[in-house]
Design a protein around this ligand. Structure first.
Ligand SMILES: *Cc1c(COP(=O)(O)O)cnc(C)c1O
Length: 404
């Protein structure tokens, strides 16, 4: 390819320009590359380029220097070796399901899991002849009973999505290895984020390593930190799992945009600081809530008395900024809704790990909440506001409930 200054028109010369900026621009932030078309030096280079092992670029969908950089950093964050980016955390779950399951197989899902994970199984996988069963992640016997030769994928999600019970991760993985060695263990690492625990090394003394085979992560949450984008990832240490999932990913065309990748790369250097701040704030709010008579249970893995607290204490270094309050069942759900409506600083909305604190009420029996709870739940996702301001806001809201 070359330009002829005398023969080519101005429009052509704007597209085929000779100037190449000097290499070696030293900025702290990685450059942002955007591409559908990727150019090859020759037809021979195009025919032999391999994107699966990341030794070459072939097409925008198959990766750019920008997406490869984010993938490498995420793999490091979570203790894996390979990462794949997808348009949302939910897409990461669905991609793993589609890559690993065929008609006649069964996937196991914790009964307190992120609700849309159950919906993928019930409404999409079921149509392709893939079965699903739920298990109680707080009861090793329940997982054991659900395992069988048909089980090819077991999801683990610490902690429960709304009720925040923290399971015995090592026990769950050991149970799968002992009774269904053919099954892949997939761990939803959105809450842990690579910071609270090591999903691929759950027991530092275990040899070989004891841990998940792959993780999914809603980058929408902590890695972004801005409440301003959707993205997900799949991370693994296994070359063969990576290749299987990467090929399904490319066949399904699940690309991500460079601007969003750039925003996640911008969020990652501060992830540990933001995680620590929201961890500390949520512990303070959990401690405050323990003293309130309107609240019968404080669900927060790092708070003593919360279900699975002992598992959290044995396995984790930190806790994310989520705390769920179970209100006294004597307080009507409509009044709890009004309490949430009346909060000044808590937004009403899904997701978490952004700058603004959020509150969402859940009624028991709604399908999103596990069994054994009778009061209305309010899940708080603590943002980056001053925690004293947040507590004052919650106190003012509880005062309107006027529980004696
Ligand atoms: C938010 C979330 C997801 C889904 O992520 P999206 O990017 O919103 O699709 C998956 N798992 C867990 C545990 C989550 O909290």
């Amino acid at each position: 390819m070359s330009v002829d200054k005398h023969r080519d028109a101005p429009s052509t010369r704007q597209i085929h320009h000779d100037y190449v900026a000097p290499a070696g621009f030293g900025a702290v932030a990685p450059g942002v590359f955007r591409a559908s078309t990727v150019l090859f030096e020759s037809v021979q280079a195009q025919r032999t380029a391999n994107w699966v092992d990341k030794s070459a670029y072939t097409y925008g969908l198959h990766g750019t220097p920008t997406s490869f950089t984010l993938e490498a950093r995420l793999a490091t964050l979570e203790g894996g070796t390979h990462a794949i980016l997808v348009p949302s955390g939910l897409a990461a779950i669905a991609l793993v399901d589609q890559a690993l399951l065929s008609g006649g197989d069964t996937v196991l899902i914790p009964d307190n899991a992120y609700f849309p994970n159950k919906n993928v199984a019930a409404h999409e996988l079921a149509r392709w002849g893939i079965a699903h069963r739920f298990y109680d992640p707080m009861d090793a016997g329940s997982l054991r009973a659900a395992l069988g030769d048909d089980v090819k994928l077991v999801w683990i999600e610490p902690p429960g999505s709304v009720t925040l019970e923290f399971p015995d991760l090592r026990g769950l993985v050991r149970t799968v290895r002992a009774h269904a060695p053919q099954a892949v263990v997939g761990l939803d690492n959105t809450w842990g984020s690579g910071i609270a625990f090591d999903a691929f090394d759950l027991d530092p003394d275990a040899e070989p390593a004891l841990g998940a085979d792959l993780t999914v992560h809603a980058l929408t949450k902590y890695p972004s930190g801005g409440a301003d984008l959707m993205m997900g990832s799949v991370v693994t240490r296994s070359q063969s799992l990576y290749e299987r999932i990467a090929l399904t990913h490319s066949r399904l065309g699940l690309g991500v945009g460079p601007n969003d990748v750039e925003l996640v790369l911008r969020g990652l250097p501060t992830i540990a600081l933001r995680y620590a701040a929201q961890d500390a704030a949520s512990r303070r709010i959990a401690r405050w809530a323990l003293g309130r008579r309107e609240i019968v249970r404080v669900l927060h893995p790092a708070t003593p008395g919360s279900p699975g607290h002992e598992h959290w204490a044995a396995q984790c270094r930190a806790a994310a900024g989520l705390v769920t309050l179970e209100f006294d069942p004597a307080i009507a759900p409509e009044r709890v809704d009004r309490f949430v409506d009346g909060l000044r600083l808590f937004g009403i909305g899904w997701s978490w790990a952004g700058p603004m604190s959020l509150a969402v009420p859940y009624r028991p029996g709604s399908g999103r909440v596990g069994s054994g709870y009778r009061g209305t739940m309010v899940r708080l996702s603590i943002g980056l506001e001053d925690v004293d301001d947040l507590i004052r806001d919650l106190e003012a809201g509880l005062a309107t409930l006027a529980v004696r």
